[in-house]
Each structure stands twice: as structure tokens, then as C-alpha cells.
Design a protein around this ligand. Structure first.
Ligand code: ZN
Length: 253
């Protein structure tokens, strides 16, 4: 029986377009490629600059690979996947994969990067406990929760001279120019942008994480990646005028 009391989720608004620089801050190699890269490809096509900042090298991500070896493989895969969507700068904070701690150290590291790169848009990944709204949804990882929350906080920290005065002493002047933090993979998205222009490169970009994907699934990598990415974009279309899209929860500042 259809529950008629359940409200239709509201339509998603278009993402703002009046910005030049974005900084995407996530926990692991592949976090941006699992859904967000199509948007990034489109944005870099339009002449916008996007920088990636990763809290870890994803060294705990492959059961059959020792972390020291894994870190090098995944860093290389991340740089390749970024290049596919027009992102040339990829930085790593070298927090430990799987045990990232939310706290002042993480906030400071992200605030420092925001001051260095001076973005108007900051992008991160779902910081909430689960991947779907309501009770009983798939549990998120503590790394995503920590990095997502710290990124939302650091957008403000970056603009305040007195929160991390050591950053100013290092020559990193406050940057209070972050206008939005966009959370990808949110349980409660508010905005979206068409996935169509960037979809082929998004597929190629996620395929760069070949070692990770081959360890994850027995399915042919290209088929797995294409099904996953087009599936999310098509589900989002129902709330975006029928246009396959990448969704974000946008926090304006
Ligand atoms: Zn992750």
C-alpha cells in the first residue's frame, strides 16, 4: 500500500554559478569520484579552479594490500582521477585512514588550506551518521563524519584571525570569502547541477581507482562504475526537472 502521507521531496535548486575557486575536502581517495566528479568536470570546463584536499591517502582501504604500499597506489590513482576532471592540485593532510579524529588539529589543517587556496565554494562529503534520511539507514564511516563536520566548521575558522593565531603567524592571512559549503551525498540535499556534461569523465575518473574497485567487486569495473554513477544521477533527476544531476546540501555563509 502506498503511504499517501509521505510528502514528495521538494525540487532541488540549481547550484550557484557566480564563483571562481572551489576547494573540495574529503577523507579518502575516491570520495569525490563516487558521485561528485561529474559536477567538477563541468565546473573546470567553465574555467573554474578546483583543488582537492584529502585528509588521508586511503591506506586502510584495501584488505589485501599493506597500508604503506596501498598509500602510494591510492595517491597515484587519486591524482590520475583528479586530472581527468581538470583538477591539477591534489593535497594530502596525512591523517590516519580509518581513525581520523574530529578535533582542533583537523579543523586547523582544513582552515589552513582554505586560507591558502581562498575558495568561494567549499565542497565536502556527507557528515551525518547515515547515508539515507530516517531511522535504520546505512551507517556512514567515522572518517566522513569527522572530515565533513570539520570542513563545515573550518569554513568559519578560516575567516577568524583569533581562532588559530598560529596560522596568521605562519603568514596565512584570514580568508572570510567562503560563501557556501556544499555537502555531496547528503541525506537532505537542497541543490543540484546537471551531471550530463561531465558524466563520461566522471566514469573515467572513478575508473582510475582500479585497484580499489577490483578489490571491491567481481563485476567488470567499467560496468560497475557506469551503473553506479548513472544510477545516482537518474534518481536525482526526479527532483531536478528530469535532468540527471549531482545533488548537494548547500550551507550558505
Ligand atoms: Zn570515503
Amino acid at each position: 500500500m502506498i503511504d499517501k502521507t509521505e510528502a514528495t521531496p521538494p525540487a532541488l535548486d540549481p547550484m550557484p554559478g557566480d564563483w571562481r575557486r572551489a576547494l573540495a575536502v574529503v577523507a579518502h581517495p575516491d570520495d569525490l569520484e563516487y558521485g561528485c566528479a561529474a559536477a567538477i568536470a563541468d565546473w573546470t570546463d567553465g574555467g573554474r579552479e578546483v583543488v582537492y584536499l584529502l585528509a588521508t591517502r586511503g591506506e586502510a582501504g584495501i584488505d589485501t594490500l599493506d597500508p604503506a604500499e596501498c598509500a602510494a597506489v591510492r595517491e597515484q590513482e587519486q591524482r590520475a582521477s583528479a586530472a581527468v576532471v581538470g583538477v591539477d592540485t591534489v593535497e594530502f593532510l596525512d591523517h590516519r585512514d580509518g581513525v581520523i579524529e574530529y578535533g582542533l588539529g583537523l579543523r586547523r589543517d582544513i582552515a589552513a588550506a582554505i586560507r591558502r587556496h581562498r575558495p568561494e565554494l567549499v565542497i565536502t562529503l556527507n557528515h551525518r551518521d547515515t547515508w539515507t534520511p530516517g531511522p535504520g539507514g546505512p551507517w556512514n564511516t567515522p572518517d566522513h563524519v569527522a572530515v565533513g563536520r570539520a570542513t563545515l566548521d573550518a569554513a568559519a575558522d578560516a575567516g577568524n584571525r583569533w581562532i588559530f593565531p598560529e596560522l596568521t603567524e605562519q603568514g596565512l592571512e584570514p580568508w572570510n570569502g567562503v560563501r557556501w559549503v556544499a555537502v555531496a551525498g547528503s541525506t537532505t540535499p537542497t541543490h543540484a547541477t546537471s551531471a550530463a556534461p561531465g558524466m563520461e569523465r566522471a566514469v573515467e575518473s572513478l575508473l582510475c581507482h582500479r585497484a580499489y574497485i577490483e578489490a571491491l567487486t567481481d563485476q567488470a569495473p567499467e560496468e560497475y562504475v557506469r551503473e553506479f554513477l548513472t544510477g545516482i544521477a537518474e534518481r536525482t533527476a526526479a527532483r531536478f526537472d528530469g535532468v540527471p544531476a549531482v545533488s548537494f546540501e548547500l550551507f550558505a555563509r
